[in-house]
Design a protein around this ligand. Structure first.
Ligand SMILES: *Cc1c(COP(=O)(O)O)cnc(C)c1O
Length: 229
């Protein structure tokens, strides 16, 4: 099977699993957006997904996205790009210029820099706030105990275009309580969008109300292992 055929088949499988999970949860399948995570994959793989009808993509590094996506975006007008990896303040200007959704707003200093760039560039990506629901020290995201206050500040004091929340549960834990916590937190703040669930747990995430599932491996296949050391 060619890479193109494999990606089209994998996408069809993912879409039918999303539809089944929605049916089990009594949800409309159009309420769930598949964000195809294309990190480490080259343009032909991304083009294959586009040819199979996929138009929402996710990347976790600003520099890699800058190398791959400006050309793809001008060739495919409807393409939407999400930033799903941690954002350094010195890359915020580039992120505001390129991404349609920044899912990883997680601290006041970054909120300040993004607000300034939105005003300066007159371009406002939709924002999600990432919450570190597992309170893992090495992981990005606003710590759970500080989340309510930070969300309140972003929405009500700084008037940022925050529409949802995002989380990445700890790999070795049942993700369900993390998804449930994130959904309840979004509801407290009147936020309608929830980015949660990856290749291994997106059905569980949909059962808990995910509106965006970030899927890499199940669409594009395994990624090369990161360099050691
Ligand atoms: C890589 C990545 C994904 C996709 O993971 P898969 O297990 O390959 O589906 C989802 N979310 C984030 C934040 C990622 O970095």
């Amino acid at each position: 099977m060619s890479e193109r055929t494999a990606i089209a088949a994998a996408l069809a499988t993912v879409r039918s699993r999303v539809a089944d999970a929605c049916a089990r949860a009594g949800r409309d399948p159009s309420s769930v957006t598949v964000v195809a995570v294309s990190k480490t994959h080259e343009r032909p793989a991304i083009e294959a997904a586009i040819a199979a009808g996929q138009n929402v993509f996710g990347e976790n590094r600003v520099q890699e996205a800058q190398a791959k996506y400006p050309a793809l975006k001008s060739a495919h007008r409807g393409l939407k790009l999400h930033l799903i990896g941690p954002l350094q303040t010195n890359k915020a200007a580039a992120a505001v210029a390129l991404f349609d959704v920044i899912e990883t707003l997680d601290r006041p200093r970054l909120a300040e820099v993004i607000a300034r760039e939105i005003a300066r560039q007159k371009r406002a990506p939709t924002l999600f706030i990432q919450v570190n629901t597992g309170e893992e020290p090495q992981k990005a995201g606003i710590p759970k105990p500080e989340a309510d206050e930070f969300i309140h500040l972003c929405l009500d004091e700084w008037d940022l275009p925050v529409r949802g929340l995002m989380c990445i549960p700890p790999v070795d834990e049942d993700p369900a309580p993390h998804f449930a916590w994130l959904a309840a937190c979004a509801a407290r703040h009147g936020l309608s969008q929830l980015s949660m669930g990856m290749s291994g747990d997106f059905e569980t995430a949909i059962a808990h109300g995910a509106t965006h599932v970030r899927i890499g491996t199940a669409i594009f296949g395994a990624r090369p292992a990161p360099p050691q050391g």
